[in-house]
Design a protein around this ligand. Structure first.
Ligand SMILES: CC(C)(COP(=O)(O)OP(=O)(O)OC[C@H]1O[C@@H](n2cnc3c(N)ncnc32)[C@H](O)[C@@H]1OP(=O)(O)O)[C@@H](O)C(=O)NCCC(=O)NCCS
Length: 141
């Protein structure tokens, strides 16, 4: 099992994984440079990405293949993404989730009212359209 930055050629496998766990696929290909994958001999079984808006980021597309969930891989991917965001000088991460609020609370993310989101996050497709009523969580880095 290894975590690495995604490259263009990984897009198809990431999209297929996201479809398997019912997560939005819009915007992944365009933003592939800010994605990480977890893989074994290049077979992808996990993904995570970030959309960067100035000094804040919107975490998205966290997915682990159902048969491999519950082994700590999800947490490993979040840790990797947080370190990447810190290296890029981001001050805060946001995410929207209908399915994994408790998972993120274990990692010190806090639910905040959607109207308190950074204005740049509010303009993202995920906030405005794809997850337009999902709970919003944030964490200071
Ligand atoms: C959410 C997800 C990424 C977690 O990945 P994972 O590898 O299964 O999680 P981990 O093994 O790292 O779990 C760590 C802890 O969180 C818990 N956990 C995992 N998924 C959870 C969930 N959806 N809700 C609540 N708790 C969860 C685990 O039980 C574990 O708890 P423990 O440390 O007390 O034993 C994975 O379940 C998944 O891909 N789900 C479908 C897609 C999804 O909902 N993505 C989130 C979109 S924002």
């Amino acid at each position: 099992m290894r975590i690495k930055r995604a490259v263009d050629q990984n897009s198809t496998d990431i999209l297929s994984l996201l479809m398997k766990v019912n997560l939005p696929t819009e915007g992944v290909t365009e933003n592939i440079d800010n994605f990480f994958i977890i893989h074994n001999n290049n077979t992808i079984f996990g993904s995570i990405g970030i959309e960067i808006y100035g000094d804040v980021g919107l975490m998205r597309s966290l997915a682990i293949l159902p048969s491999l969930q519950g082994r700590g891989y999800g947490m490993n991917l979040v840790n990797t993404l947080e370190n990447y965001a810190k290296e890029k000088g981001l001050k805060k991460l946001y995410l929207l989730t209908d399915t994994a609020e408790e998972f993120f609370k274990k990692l010190n993310y806090k639910v905040i009212p959607r109207e308190k989101a950074n204005p740049k996050i509010k303009e993202s497709v995920e906030f405005a359209k794809l997850c337009s009523s999902s709970p919003l969580l944030e964490k200071d880095l």
